[in-house]
Design a protein. Structure first.
Length: 289
């Protein structure tokens, strides 16, 4: 089921070996097809679902949320079409395809409701799930989230020239020029993985689901945390905060970082601390699974 390029597969395993503790993975058959699912944390712990960003599969996603594994059994599935181990093309941004995909996974695992963390594209997937079944999603942390708006000119200003240069003459330097505005320079393993994804998998931008009409969220009253980056080339932090206030009844916690979409190690540690603190206040490390 794994259709990754061998070099990317090697980088995937290398990142797994960098994690601070044990993580296990297996394929799960769901109504939406096979899903590669990784998990870490106590087997008898409450469940938390962690949804990854675009082309940032489970090994990197788990690093971002690792402190939660002290309290939760953290589940991190790879999305199809996002340079992970779930085979197949990316899902459609419309028709709640991603929401159905998540619900099929929850059904297969017999999870009625659980807290969730969504990072970037993963936050849009989380919100797509809420739009379909708000009662299945517990309190949630949305980190540099897609899904609240559809930006166009803001990212285009930063990537159009590097993208044209890359298309005309692909090279390691042209790929690096695409990545520099997106991420801080101190996560070399992820930088190398993205470079390989662009080189071997033709990892193009995927359109996330959303935004949805406010009526889709009005019955989701669980606490929501929003973590934003002021130097994000994709999303304006102020606009996202306003959108969250207008759309999400449970929005109650905000952290703004003076950093890029994928922040520096110092701020990644701040994010981890903030998410653990949020979950300890509003979920008390319990889930309804």
């Amino acid at each position: 089921m794994n259709d990754l390029n061998p070099h990317i597969d090697h980088l995937y395993d290398a990142q797994l070996n960098r994690l601070p503790g044990q993580a296990a993975g297996c394929y799960i058959d769901t109504a939406e097809g096979p899903v590669w699912l990784m998990q870490a944390g106590p087997e008898d712990g409450p469940v938390l679902l962690a949804l990854h960003g675009m082309h940032t599969p489970a090994p990197f996603n788990l690093e971002m949320v690792w402190p939660l594994t002290r309290h939760y059994r953290v589940l991190s599935p790879d999305f199809p079409g996002h340079t992970g181990r779930t085979a197949g093309d990316a899902l459609s941004a419309g028709g709640h395809a991603y929401g159905r995909w998540v619900l099929a996974l929850l059904d297969r695992l017999d999870i009625q409701r659980c807290p969730m963390v969504g990072i970037s594209f993963g936050a849009a997937v989380l919100l797509d799930t809420v739009a379909l079944a708000p009662h299945r999603v517990g309190c949630a942390s949305l980190i540099v989230p897609a899904g609240l708006e559809k930006p166009f000119w803001r990212p285009m200003r930063h990537i159009i020239v590097p993208w044209i240069r890359h298309c005309l003459k692909p090279s390691d330097e042209s790929r690096a020029a695409l990545l520099r505005p997106v991420m801080a320079p101190d996560w070399p393993a992820l930088f190398e993985f993205y470079q390989a994804a662009l080189r071997y998998q033709r990892a193009v931008t995927q359109y996330p689901p959303g935004p949805h009409a406010p009526v889709r969220y009005r019955n989701w009253t669980r606490p929501v945390q929003l973590i934003l980056a002021r130097q994000d080339i994709y999303f304006d932090a102020g606009r996202l905060a306003r959108q969250a206030g207008e759309l999400l009844p449970g929005f109650c916690d905000l952290l703004e970082l003076d950093d890029t979409h994928i922040p520096s190690l110092r701020n990644r540690l701040r994010v981890q601390k903030a998410v653990v603190g949020f979950m300890s206040r509003y979920d008390s490390f319990r889930s309804d699974s």
